[in-house]
Design a protein around this ligand. Structure first.
Ligand SMILES: Cc1ncc(COP(=O)(O)O)c(C=O)c1O
Length: 478
């Protein structure tokens, strides 16, 4: 029977269970405590404090390789394809080491700001492996990408084509570009909606694409290598990808009649399990169905299958991460439809904005111990001054959850660190990597001094402080 306060939540079951697919593949309980990648999170907490984001490097690498191999097999020449390039969408989680893991596993890197570009370049990623997105790249960002010699820019507006071409001419280069198309397929989790019009900021509508492509082909600084689309994120239904692929293939066929278009980028968005209710299809099945749709459409149009690119982010890093917090307060609230226990932790919307931004659901477990206590309906809240500061809307936790317990939240590898903020002047948690039982920092914990370091009123403090101290202490100044 669903609880009236959480109708979407499956029955309680064992509140200690680590549901397969939700928790990292390496997660286990040893003597009751949670281990990830062979390391006990209690030890990590005592060395690094809480909260922290712990990412299992082996899981990330395995998933990067797995999705690349799945799409390579589906689009192999032997399967009637022309090969695949996999770009890791850095917006999900980008640190220098994460970028290097992707390169080592044969992936390219997709960035969408000058900051992400700088991380990838300084991590030593070969510029030609980088694709640069963004719906409003600044002149400085364009200049930085062109002079670094990045592989491709994804043009998002006609004026951007002019700007990139001018920058390339100044640098004496011809810049490879793709054109982002708003394809009219909107996908979200289990459904998709196909429209002919788009009301969104990204890309060029299909109907306008031929004119923009003609202009790009005239510009001396540009070489158009293909079209691009991205229909959304956290998608389980392959039918949305297939519909978008068919529409893109039709446009690709029309535009490659005039000049070659070797590539077609179908974007990212492959869904993962955040709770036991999420049951994504194995990626090999999705790759095979997308490839079927592409081959089928290419056959009907009488064209060769272009080289395909994809841009997964969440699918690779999301399931590899857990965030561990310390419980501070536990407050039962009696409501007309039953009781709910508010479990407040030492982080919140500053380290995981997704529940507040999108109503995203997560799963939580006691991490320092298992418990025989009855399950109770809990809501995990953060410590911020905001009633929407919820980390996990509804979860079954053992009823004896208490202050001082460690609480782990699963599937926080993607879009948590990258969306983190300093709300309430909160220092951001570290990003730690575990590999073969050893933990190391990818990103160190922020200190309060880090947070205050941009406050000019404090940086210039010595003189002011002296004056204030004189005022408050009544000390005489000469
Ligand atoms: C253009 C583009 N490509 C790829 C991605 C990655 O999506 P996901 O992390 O859901 O795979 C995004 C996400 O917003 C995107 O905007």
């Amino acid at each position: 029977m669903p609880h009236p306060l959480a109708p979407h939540l499956p029955d309680a079951g064992d509140p200690n269970a680590l549901v397969e697919g939700v928790w990292p593949a390496s997660a286990e309980r040893v003597d009751g405590a949670l281990r990830v990648g062979g390391v006990d999170v209690r030890e990590v907490a005592s060395t690094h404090g809480t909260p922290f984001l712990l990412v299992d490097e082996t899981v990330v690498r395995d998933r990067a390789r797995r999705i690349r191999e799945a799409f390579e097999a589906a689009f192999a020449e032997s399967a009637g394809g022309s090969g695949v390039d996999v770009y890791y969408a850095g917006k999900a989680l980008l640190t220098a080491d994460v970028a290097r893991w992707m390169r080592d596993e044969g992936l390219r890197i997709d960035v969408c700001t000058g900051g992400e570009l700088a991380i990838a370049l300084r991590a030593g990623i070969a510029p030609e492996l980088i694709g640069f997105h963004g719906n409003n790249k600044s002149p400085a960002e364009i200049e930085a990408g062109v002079t670094a010699g990045i592989g491709t820019f994804i043009v998002d507006a006609p004026i951007e084509a002019e700007r990139i071409s001018a920058a390339a001419e100044r640098a004496g280069r011809v810049q490879r570009v793709r054109l982002r198309i708003s394809v009219g397929v909107h996908a979200s989790t289990h459904e998709f909606l196909a429209t002919s019009h788009e009301d969104q900021k990204f890309g060029i509508p299909i109907a306008e694409a031929p004119a923009v492509v003609a202009r790009i082909r005239e510009l001396p600084g540009l070489e158009l290598v293909g079209l691009h689309t991205h229909i959304g994120s956290q998608i389980f239904d392959h039918a949305g990808f297939a519909e978008s692929a068919r529409r893109m293939l039709a446009l690709h066929a029309e535009l490659s009649g005039e000049a070659p278009l070797p590539e077609l980028n179908l974007g990212g968005g492959f869904g993962i399990a955040y709770t036991a209710a999420d049951t994504p299809e194995p990626i090999e099945g999705i790759a095979a169905r997308v490839a079927d749709a592409v081959r089928g459409a290419a056959g009907e149009l009488g064209i060769a299958v272009p080289r395909i690119a994809i841009e997964p982010g969440r699918w690779i890093v999301g399931p590899a991460g857990v965030t561990v917090y310390t419980v501070g307060t536990v407050k039962p609230v009696q409501l007309a439809d039953g009781a709910r226990t508010y479990v407040a932790v030492d982080g919140g919307m500053s380290d995981n904005a997704r529940p507040a931004l999108y109503g995203a659901q997560y799963s939580a477990r006691l991490a320092n111990r298992a418990s025989d206590a009855e399950p109770t309906l809990a809501r995990v809240a953060g410590h911020h001054c905001e009633s929407g500061d919820i980390v996990v809307d509804a979860e079954w936790l053992p009823a004896d959850v208490a202050p001082g317990d460690l609480l782990a939240v699963a599937a926080t590898g993607a879009y948590c660190h990258s969306l983190a903020s300093n709300y309430n002047a909160t220092p951001r948690p570290p990003v730690l990597a575990v590999r073969d039982g050893a933990v190391r920092e990818l990103i160190r914990r922020e200190s309060i001094d880090d947070v205050l370091s941009r406050d000019a009123g404090l940086v210039q403090a010595p003189a002011d402080t002296a004056r204030d101290d004189d005022e408050t202490t009544g000390a005489a100044s000469a």
